[in-house]
Design a protein around this ligand. Structure first.
Ligand SMILES: NC(=O)c1ccc[n+]([C@@H]2O[C@H](COP(=O)([O-])OP(=O)(O)OC[C@H]3O[C@@H](n4cnc5c(N)ncnc54)[C@H](O)[C@@H]3O)[C@@H](O)[C@H]2O)c1
Length: 350
């Protein structure tokens, strides 16, 4: 049990007991479970069996994938909530990966000026990262997470056995955030992850604790929370540009490229030693498949880093590493330096 910003994160095999007591205490007027076709098939039956209170819940099934984080889908979901007479005392239950928690959190946070929601993350990425911290949102105008709110869930219920049906590509995708967490805040975890062949639930739980400690100190992203952006300025830009060009890439895969580029920038800015930079890049390239980046898209990627919502006055600002386990926020980086780092990344694949 981990205390967060006004709510509790429950982890382990007994979370449904905690969920049952949570629901009994709250007396909600109705339950709306948001899931996609995969979590409907693999996770919903367990949830309903373990939590009888939810047997009459309305199920909203959406198509899996990033393209569901759209305004159009939000408007369909708000219409559906209205058609079921969902009032201010209704509860939205986000059963899925980060797409579900971002989207469901967002629709809940503004429907009737805000109704309660809880997250039941079912992917590594959602457990280790997306379900905690209150960032909700959708993509807009081809840019990731451009519209959203910071609204905390009323509870997070992490049931690790859900990961048994998660495809290997999505396990690796989520582990990217666990490696990031180690790089910014936990050298001991980084050392443990180095030899790890497969994924390990304990490192996911450790990652949740780190994320929670960071967001508790800075819920609104003004200071220490920016540490979580390591790998993400370039990673988000790559993700947006590749997706817009019809190239299939997952968030974590783009973040791995972002971390490699930003580790290189950390070295170029004399923040980390050559030895640490090489170690990071070597481990990341061993553990994760390196997605090739078409050089033709570099211009678009740099443009997208300039548009990144983390920037101030159109200056590109990154969170870089100051050593393994330590970070430095708001480091100004020039478009040319970004270009160098992208070229460097591609040279690793050559
Ligand atoms: N709000 C935040 O703080 C935050 C942080 C990081 C990432 N994100 C967002 O999270 C999203 C990515 O999350 P994701 O990788 O979980 O994506 P996702 O929600 O698309 O899930 C990945 C895939 O796994 C499937 N899946 C999920 N759980 C499963 C299970 N138990 N068994 C079988 N299949 C399962 C899903 O249907 C989907 O096909 C991105 O939109 C990203 O922007 C948000």
């Amino acid at each position: 049990m981990i205390r967060s910003l006004g709510y509790t994160i429950y982890t382990g095999k007994t979370v449904f007991k905690d969920l049952n007591s949570f629901l009994k205490k709250q007396n909600y007027s109705g339950y709306f479970i948001l899931c996609d076709e995969n979590t409907l098939k693999h996770c919903l039956p367990t949830l309903i069996t373990q939590c009888k209170e939810l047997k009459n819940a309305e199920i909203f099934e959406i198509e899996s994938g990033e393209s569901s984080k759209s305004l159009q889908l939000c408007s369909q979901l708000w219409e559906a909530l209205l058609s079921y007479n969902a009032d201010k005392n209704a509860l939205i239950i986000n059963l899925g990966g980060g797409v579900i928690s971002d989207l469901g959190g967002f629709i809940a946070s503004v429907y009737k000026r805000g109704i309660d929601f809880i997250n039941i993350p079912t992917s590594v990425l959602a457990m280790a990262d997306a379900s905690v911290g209150g960032k909700t949102g959708i993509d807009f105008a081809g840019l990731k997470n451009t519209i959203g709110t910071i609204t905390q869930p009323k509870g997070v219920f992490v049931y690790p056995p859900f990961l048994e049906t998660l495809p290997a590509r999505h396990i690796a995708n989520g582990m990217a955030e666990v490696y990031k967490m180690a790089l910014i805040s936990d050298k001991v975890l980084w050392k443990k992850l180095k030899p790890e062949k497969n994924f390990n639930q304990a490192s996911v739980i450790k990652s949740i604790e780190h994320k929670n400690n960071i967001v508790k100190k800075d819920p609104y992203d003004k200071g220490v929370r920016k540490s979580l952006n390591f790998g993400h300025t370039i990673g988000h830009a790559i993700e947006s540009v590749l997706l817009a060009s019809g190239i299939d890439v997952l968030h974590g895969e783009a973040v791995v490229i972002g971390m490699i580029c930003e580790a290189k920038l950390s070295f170029d800015k004399k923040l980390i030693s050559k030895a640490e930079c090489s170690e990071i890049i070597q481990i990341l390239s061993q553990k994760f498949p390196l997605v090739p980046l078409p050089a033709l898209l570099f211009g678009e990627i740099i443009k997208a880093t300039i548009n990144d919502k983390k920037n101030n006055k159109l200056q590109i600002r990154c969170t870089l590493l100051n050593r393994i386990g330590k970070y430095k926020i708001d480091v100004t980086v020039s478009p040319d330096q970004i270009l160098d780092s992208l070229e460097y990344y591609n040279s690793l694949n050559a």
